[in-house]
Design a protein around this ligand. Structure first.
Ligand SMILES: CC(C)(COP(=O)(O)OP(=O)(O)OC[C@H]1O[C@@H](n2cnc3c(N)ncnc32)[C@H](O)[C@@H]1OP(=O)(O)O)[C@@H](O)C(=O)NCCC(=O)NCCS
Length: 168
């Protein structure tokens, strides 16, 4: 069997500059104005759910999960997810998503929200949510608000404003 092209490992503090540079490349300066950014603003990502994809000794991509709330319930916000274009289309993006979802499930989390493309995230377990049931605190294309349940039935119970963890 061939060795995998990449491996995943936990985030380490000294990954931060490379992750920031990749986010600048992938999302540009407009990322700070996005509604998803407001949901994460000032909240530490969960270090146990933040992963890095390595291609040999080269940093190739990363994902983070940040605590948030939907109504009164706790949830996680997935993202940013980014893979460097040098290493695209080799499965790292999907691998990062699957691994962080599994780690979150094992840690007892029930729901994960993200703002992203359904064609990419649908096969990974995410689906659209009725915007009358779960809504965000700013402008967003509601077709891109996606939820994954980590416990059967969690999707049906999600209800209310998606909020930054510190908003209470
Ligand atoms: C999106 C991204 C994370 C994908 O990473 P990746 O490691 O190339 O992804 P994978 O190798 O797991 O999957 C690649 C497949 O997903 C498809 N894909 C990539 N982005 C997609 C999108 N937005 N919508 C639908 N399909 C997409 C690719 O065409 C490819 O399809 P194929 O397998 O049929 O060739 C990466 O391209 C990226 O960082 N993009 C910029 C930032 C971004 O958009 N992040 C997601 C926020 S919503």
């Amino acid at each position: 069997m061939l060795a995998p092209a990449f491996f995943l490992r936990p985030f380490e503090e000294n990954d931060a500059p490379q992750i920031e540079a990749l986010h600048e490349l992938a999302f540009g300066p407009g990322r700070f104005a996005r509604t998803a950014f407001r949901l994460r603003e000032g909240v530490e990502p969960d270090p146990d759910l933040s992963l890095v994809a390595m291609f040999g000794d080269r940093f190739g991509g990363s994902v983070t999960m940040t605590p948030m709330r939907i109504g009164d319930d706790s949830a996680l916000l997935l993202g940013p997810l980014a893979v460097h274009p040098d290493f695209g289309k080799r499965g790292a993006g999907r691998g990062l998503v699957r691994a962080t979802l599994e780690a979150a499930r094992l840690a007892g989390h029930r729901l994960v929200l993200l703002v992203g493309d359904e064609p990419y995230y649908g096969p990974l377990g995410f689906r659209r949510v009725d915007p009358a049931r779960v809504w965000l605190p700013g402008p967003v294309d509601t077709r891109r608000v996606l939820l994954a349940e980590l416990e059967p039935g969690a999707f049906e119970t999600a209800n209310g404003l998606a909020k930054n963890w510190h908003w209470g």
